[in-house]
Ligand binder design. Sequence first.
Ligand SMILES: NC(=O)c1ccc[n+]([C@@H]2O[C@H](COP(=O)([O-])OP(=O)(O)OC[C@H]3O[C@@H](n4cnc5c(N)ncnc54)[C@H](OP(=O)(O)O)[C@@H]3O)[C@@H](O)[C@H]2O)c1
Length: 257
Amino acid sequence: MGENGGAWERLLALRHHGGTAPAQRGEALTAALVDLYLPFAQIPRGRRFAVAHLGQSLDGRIATAAGASRWVTGEADLIHTHRMRALADAIIVGSSTIRHDNPQLTVRRCCGPHPVRVVVDAERRLGAGHCVFHDPSAPTLLLAAADRVRPGERLGHAELVGLKRGAHGFAPADIAAALAERGLFFLFIEGGGITISRFLAAGALDRLQITVAPILLGSGKPSLTLPEIAAPEQGLRPTLRRFRLGQDTLYECVFRD
Ligand SMILES: NC(=O)c1ccc[n+]([C@@H]2O[C@H](COP(=O)([O-])OP(=O)(O)OC[C@H]3O[C@@H](n4cnc5c(N)ncnc54)[C@H](OP(=O)(O)O)[C@@H]3O)[C@@H](O)[C@H]2O)c1
């Protein structure tokens, strides 16, 4: 029958092959699943769409100062991130996340296809030893400054893509354009805080998901860091969707529908 009476498989099929949406009625668990993921399953193929996710403590930390982040949020949020991966064309992470977590960035906690893995490392600080560069389960792209890439160069099995860098690294719009050229339109930006903050500051996110866990870390790597504002009224106040994920709460900021 599959997950939640087959509702998850139907959402995946709708996203990747077209099809009909599962009913939003029925068991409470199924209704919640459809409510959370239907907006993503319905994104037309070929439309550019960027959604980011961070799991953070009550005091806004995504990892300890030494970079340990396993696990700030609970199992339900981990399953959620794997579902978001399965819906996306590409998953993007910053170089620091690769260095600290050495993640696989594949879909394992639910059924669904692996997205293309995209690592942002403008200055080529990462070596080939990291999992995403030698694990063949999914293609990997390494985005680096154009002057640091030789034609046809690879790092492990990863293809290198040279981009123009500015004073603040790559413009998120340039990243999205380079990926769209390769047929990757639905982007899931999975961290860390610096990478996602750059997308947010540039107005390049359609949605931002922040899962808050009931834990205080007291110190550590910050979640979002944006340019300073003078008064709270200048803060962003997006439309919110809110979901319970076990002991955690997922807040989804909707910037564009
Ligand atoms: N709780 C969570 O949800 C979660 C998720 C992911 C990661 N983490 C944790 O967060 C920590 C890493 O996060 P972080 O915020 O410190 O770093 P990060 O976002 O993983 O990586 C930041 C680095 O990526 C490169 N980068 C990102 N965007 C760029 C752009 N637009 N142009 C050019 N370069 C760009 C830069 O590398 P250079 O400075 O080298 O050029 C930048 O310093 C780790 O400890 C990890 O375990 C937690």
